[in-house]
Each structure stands twice: as C-alpha cells, then as structure tokens.
Write a protein that binds this ligand. Structure first.
Ligand code: SAM
Length: 234
C-alpha cells in the first residue's frame, strides 16, 4: 500500500471521514477539509443541494451525494456501512459546521465504529465553540443546542440548565430568540450573556453583555440570520 494511503487507513480496512464545513465563511475550509471533499467517492450529506453548492463554490468535482438527514438516517445507515466496508471513500458532512452537533451524524458514526470502520474527524468551525471563544466567559460550558419549544419539557430543561453551574450554549432561531431571552430572564434572573449572530459572516454581531441588556437591545427589533446564545454563570 502506498505510504499516504497506509497512513490514511491506519491499520483499518475502511474509513469514514467526518468533515466540518463552513458556518458562513468559505475561507474557513482548511486544506485537510478540501482534500477529503476532493477525494471522496460518496458524500453522505444533510441536503444534497447545499452540499452540491459547497462543491461548486470550492470549484471541485462533485462526487456521488447521498442525502442523510434526520428523517432517513436510520433507514440509510446500513447501506452506507456496507459501502464503507467495500472500500468506498466516504465523507460525512452536515449543512454547516460539525456533523453530529445539533445535526445528523451520530447514527452513522456509531454504526461505522460498531462495524470496525476507522472514524476520522476533520475539524471545521462549530457555532457553539466560536460563540464560547468570543464570549470571554471562563471555564467549562454545556452545549445544550436547541431548547424544547414549549411546555413542561421546556421549563424542566431550563431549570436543569440553570442549576448546572456552567456557561450554557443555546442554538436558537432569530424568530424565537427574544422569547427565549425573556424565558431565561424569568427562570434564571439576570446573568452575563451574549447573543452571537451571523458568526464568521459579513454582518456578524454580538449583543450583550447580560440577559437584561439583551432583552432591552432586542426590544422592538426584528432579528434575522443565525443566532447562538451564550449565557455565563451567575
Ligand atoms: N452543526 C452546526 C455547528 O457545528 O454549529 C449546528 C447546526 S444547527 C442545525 C444550526 C444552528 O447553529 C443555527 O440555528 C444557529 O443557532 C447555529 N449557527 C449555525 N451557524 C451559525 C452562524 N454563522 N452564526 C450563529 N449561529 C449559527
């Protein structure tokens, strides 16, 4: 086996590459990401159109794209693992950021590992870690992703997260961010907090520095774009 190929397989017969893709800024594609995307024979992706667009923007030839979104992942996983075991060069991506982080991916990674496939993660940006790094909050954090939308489940999750004693990271839609800030204020009282909007993009914006400040600044304002909330410890 050629040296590079032997290194890539690292003693395994099959390899799944889990690849992080930009969350807005195309320049965040690293040479390793580029190489994995270029050399893939099959890409398991959330949305074939979005993935095709990424290939177009990167000016590389699009390989076979297999749609692998939440509703079909359990149905598609077996066939993908068979392909991996047959030696197909396969990459897993989501629409943006790291697969498996509030995105599909874990099901294929777990199945691949169970079948003895090597899993290699080629890191890219992740909105949660970008937001924590820009928050100035020290120590650990809980990456909570999306809150349950309403009711008992939402209240219970808020109570649990509020008591965890760590910085909490939430993904939120711009249309619900104001309501979520209001719910957080009500459940937790005022805490240091930032809303990070459109990270890595032209109109990146940070609104803070605490929940009350956020509520005041967002009042009467329509929000657009993608948002992460980082709420510090009391
Ligand atoms: N896998 C992705 C990651 O690694 O960050 C997250 C996917 S999740 C379905 C999408 C959510 O991530 C958005 O609703 C938003 O909360 C957050 N997000 C993604 N890109 C973002 C960006 N450029 N700026 C702020 N938040 C972003």
């Amino acid at each position: 086996m050629h040296n590079k190929e032997a290194e890539r397989m690292n003693g395994y017969n099959a390899l799944l590459q889990v690849v992080g893709t930009p969350i807005g800024n195309l320049q965040d594609v690293s040479p390793r990401v580029m190489e994995a995307l270029r050399e893939a024979e099959v890409v398991a992706c959330e949305d074939t159109r979005r993935c095709g667009q990424l290939y177009k923007l990167l000016a590389i030839k699009t390989p076979k794209l297999v749609s692998f979104y939440k509703e079909v992942e359990h149905r598609r996983v077996e066939a993908l693992v068979v392909q991996l075991l047959e030696g197909t060069r396969m990459v897993l991506v989501s629409d943006a950021g790291m697969p498996g982080i509030s995105d599909p991916g874990a099901v294929l990674v777990a199945a691949a590992r169970a079948a003895g496939v090597r899993v290699e993660v080629i890191p890219g940006p992740c909105a949660a870690t970008v937001a924590v790094a820009g928050s100035g909050f020290e120590g650990g954090f809980v990456m909570a992703g999306f809150l349950p939308r309403k009711g008992k489940e939402r209240r219970a999750r808020l109570e649990q997260l509020g008591a965890c004693g760590e910085t909490v990271v939430l993904y939120e839609s711009p249309f619900r961010a104001k309501d979520t800030v209001a719910d957080l204020l009500k459940a937790w009282g005022n805490r240091p907090a930032w809303l990070a909007r459109e990270l890595t993009k032209l109109h990146e914006e940070w609104v803070g520095p605490d929940l009350q400040g956020l509520a005041d600044k967002l009042a009467g304002r329509g929000l657009k774009g993608e948002c992460v909330l980082v709420i510090g410890k009391q």
